[in-house]
Design a protein around this ligand. Sequence first.
Ligand SMILES: [Zn+2]
Length: 283
Amino acid sequence: MPELPEVETIAASLRRRTVGLEIAGIDLYFPGLLRGDAAELAKYRGKKITGVLRRGKMLLITCGANHHLLFHLKMTGGFQWAKKGARRDAYTRLRITFKDLERSLLFRDVRKFGFLRCLETGVPLDSAELSRIGPEPLEITKDDFSRILARRKGRLKSLLLDQTFLAGIGNIYADEILFAARVHPLTPASPLRLKQAERLRAAIREILRKAIAAGGSSIRDYQDADGMDGLFQNEHNVYGRKGEPCPRCGAKIRRLVIGGRSSFFCPRCQRIRSRRSSEGTSQ
Ligand SMILES: [Zn+2]
């Protein structure tokens, strides 16, 4: 599933290429994509794209002042440019055509879990989908992070995947973040010492920023809206590397199923600390 770095990469590309374009029409080929009334799509004809935003794993394309197309790519959704009259393939669920542009923008989705909602509002971030997710992991302050962490029970791996805790982190980046922070995926979120919490927040920022800079991770079929592969999969330290040596200590990477999801970690670098062990003593 595209996570924060992949959706951020797509949003940046769409922003560069679509802001200022006028929508000539939207064709919906798979009605199940749209949560809402298909007649709403007609309102976008003649509207100019004024902005493209990412929030969590969702993508918001703003048209005019108060109209927004909110996409969730889910498992396999993505955008692709195509020549205007080109035949669409079986996975094309929607096509946006633009005035005076020879290319149109396709939304493709093999698994069909992705969705689109049309929002008509001046404050899209207050919509049901966007308001119930947690803060942005690259924007949350030290103090706020400690506060939301202290309120939570459960294990860190599951917590990082919980979109109401932080928005945008999925399975790949959760594992890479926990490795970078040197904490075991089953570590209880609370009580996490301040120093550990700060190390976790630093790891979140470091991993997500590096991944965005690399254009995300291309696992399975992810490509950005320009058809480019991400490169961050080459920098994965633990994700998908069961049995391989840890790049830090050489121990074999292990896989554990937590909450139905694979978790990859180094058993030596990421120990569950006993109460007596002090900060910074594990390697
Ligand atoms: Zn290690």
